[in-house]
Ligand binder design. Structure first.
Ligand SMILES: [Zn+2]
Length: 313
């Protein structure tokens, strides 16, 4: 078991698959695809959330990339949260019950998810010229495909355009994979495809087509490739109300549906049907994702409303 990553470039085209043991008790599968010619290093991670299967399967298929097709290097971690995958966890790493995608930049002396975040920030992200962290709706979420990019990073925004999903969310905030990588100067994108534990050839293919367009944009592969379905995605910001109380969640909007400020997004009720909270939109926009679980706990995200950014043109 290796503690540290092997060299990304040896001068020989190669495919290297193995397991890494970066922190005690954690074994992570990885792949390095080294092309014959030098070029950028694209880092691809999936399974930060262990039950987002479409993203995990897409990363697994990338492990089989022919090194003869690429310039540069692909560094792939198809399942970062291995215990979450095995135990079918929602959101968290079972080892400490924490959401890895809220823990960045982590701590060297913290719990497992904090240590893993710290290792990624100090030992993995600095190796990358660009970063894709693949996600989807979790077991309890449905969504219409979109990408998230760190707000204010033009190179990341260009990755969103290249990836080609119809909506791109300018995301702020701390603790996230792509934000931590952006702070190190690495252009980063978080694509979200499929949800509710579903994956199919169609959804995995959609994720793979986006990855291929990003590799083409970075000069890792040359054409021809399937072009993005639109010149630019709809650029939005996302507003996410969280549950003010625990109870049963009755959404009144579906993904992609438009919504006006003041409209009801859904209701939290008790088991006898009494309304405990009514959730109204503070924004005009459309639904990007929603919780599909009937059960909701106080503080959990209920629904994502995308509000189009006003064009500067
Ligand atoms: Zn996720």
């Amino acid at each position: 078991m290796m503690k540290a990553l092997p060299a990304l470039r040896t001068g020989q085209p190669r495919v290297e698959h193995g397991y890494l043991n970066p922190i005690e008790g954690v074994e992570i599968p990885f792949g390095i695809i080294e092309g014959a010619k030098p070029g950028p290093c694209l880092l691809i991670t999936a399974g930060v959330h262990g039950s987002e299967y479409c993203s995990i399967e897409a990363a697994i298929r990338m492990l089989r990339m022919d090194p003869g097709r690429i310039k540069g290097t692909l560094l792939i971690f198809p399942i970062l949260n291995v215990q979450g995958f095995l135990k079918r966890s929602i959101y968290v790493m079972p080892e400490d019950g924490k959401n890895l995608n809220r823990m960045f930049p982590g701590r060297p002396d913290g719990t497992v998810s904090e240590k893993l975040a710290h290792w990624l920030v100090t030992s993995v992200y600095p190796l990358a010229d660009a970063y894709l962290d693949l996600h989807g709706g979790d077991l309890d979420e449905s969504l219409a495909p979109f990408t998230l990019f760190p707000n204010g990073c033009e190179k990341s925004k260009a990755l969103a355009t290249a990836f080609g999903l119809p909506v791109a969310v300018a995301a702020g905030g701390e603790g996230y994979t792509i934000n931590a990588a952006y702070k190190l100067g690495v252009p980063s994108l978080l694509p979200e495809v499929s949800g509710n534990g579903l994956w199919s050839e169609e959804t995995v293919g959609r994720m793979l087509a986006g990855i291929e367009r990003v590799m083409h944009h970075l000069g890792i592969i040359s054409g021809p490739i399937e072009p993005a379905p639109q010149a630019d995605p709809a650029f939005v910001t996302m507003w996410v109300p969280s549950a003010p109380v625990s109870g049963l969640w009755y959404a009144s909007k579906e993904v992609s549906e438009p919504v006006a400020a003041g409209e009801i997004l859904g209701e939290i009720r008790d088991v006898f049907g009494t309304a405990l909270a009514t959730i109204r939109s503070e924004k005009d926009g459309f639904i990007l994702y929603r919780l599909t679980s009937l059960s909701v706990n106080q503080g959990e995200a209920l629904i994502g409303v995308g509000t189009p950014l006003v064009s500067e043109g």
